[in-house]
Design a protein around this ligand. Structure first.
Ligand SMILES: [Zn+2]
Length: 241
């Protein structure tokens, strides 16, 4: 397939993905210069009673007042998870998310002041976004790479098409999905796709944990974007048959 045609098809293929697919290499370095050590727990003061409590808390542990959103925290810190760690305990992530949501749930806001209700609305939104990004391996990897300054946020325009064999393979698979009208081959493709995702995620984990693995992680995240899009196409087509 000619490169220009491949590029056009790929742009169409990626479409208006809502996934966190950062691509442009802004300040690209092959090795991470940022030490990703566990964060030192910091404290903050309650706006109402001045009680000191651990940063990231949405409610004061002294007077129970809802606190303003702390925009200095990254998504890992917002959800109280190990900082910038790709391999997350997803059960723990969900538990943390539910704990925070419960603390500022709308049902518990009736007796709150308008100021606290504003704080709550801001935090609910931020916590939802953080959870949405961290719970999926692809968006989590892209978030880590964006935080390292390796890629920008959502932007597939600048996708680096460096692995033509891989892209041709994905486009061939996409054509097979589009052309088939049988359930069995689609199910086989889905099984193979899941296995490919598992392997890519495993390799991403190693690359992101390596001090010099950011470059490889960008490539792997790029590949995972296409593999995930292919899964979406298969899953969308299955109920139609
Ligand atoms: Zn307080």
């Amino acid at each position: 397939m000619p490169l220009s045609l491949l590029c056009t098809q790929l742009t169409h293929f990626i479409g208006s993905s809502s996934m966190y697919t950062g691509r442009k290499l802004s300040k690209f370095t092959s090795c991470s210069t940022q030490a990703e050590l566990p964060p030192t727990p910091k404290e903050m003061s309650c706006w109402s009673c001045q009680h000191r409590f651990q940063q990231g808390g949405v409610v004061c542990s002294g007077c129970d007042k809802i606190q303003p959103l702390d925009t200095s925290l990254n998504y890992f810190e917002v959800l109280g998870m190990p900082n910038m760690q790709f391999d997350l305990d997803l059960e723990m992530l969900e538990k943390q998310y539910k704990r925070l949501q419960w603390q500022i749930h709308p049902d518990r806001l009736a007796a709150r002041t308008p100021q606290e209700q504003d704080y709550s609305a801001q935090s609910v939104m931020h916590i939802n976004v953080a959870y949405g990004v961290l719970r999926h391996p692809l968006s989590r990897a892209n978030y880590i790479l964006a935080q390292r300054g390796i890629i920008n946020e959502v932007d597939s325009e600048g996708a680096s098409i460096s692995d033509l064999d891989f892209l041709n393979e994905v486009m061939d698979l996409r054509e097979r999905v589009d052309e088939t009208s049988d359930i069995a081959p689609l199910q086989s493709l889905l099984t193979a796709n899941k296995e490919q995702q598992r392997q890519l995620i495993q390799r991403l984990s190693s690359a992101l944990a390596s001090p010099c693995g950011s470059s490889e992680a960008v490539t792997l995240a790029f590949q995972l974007t296409y593999v995930c899009k292919l899964e979406e196409a298969i899953v969308k087509k299955l109920p139609e048959l």
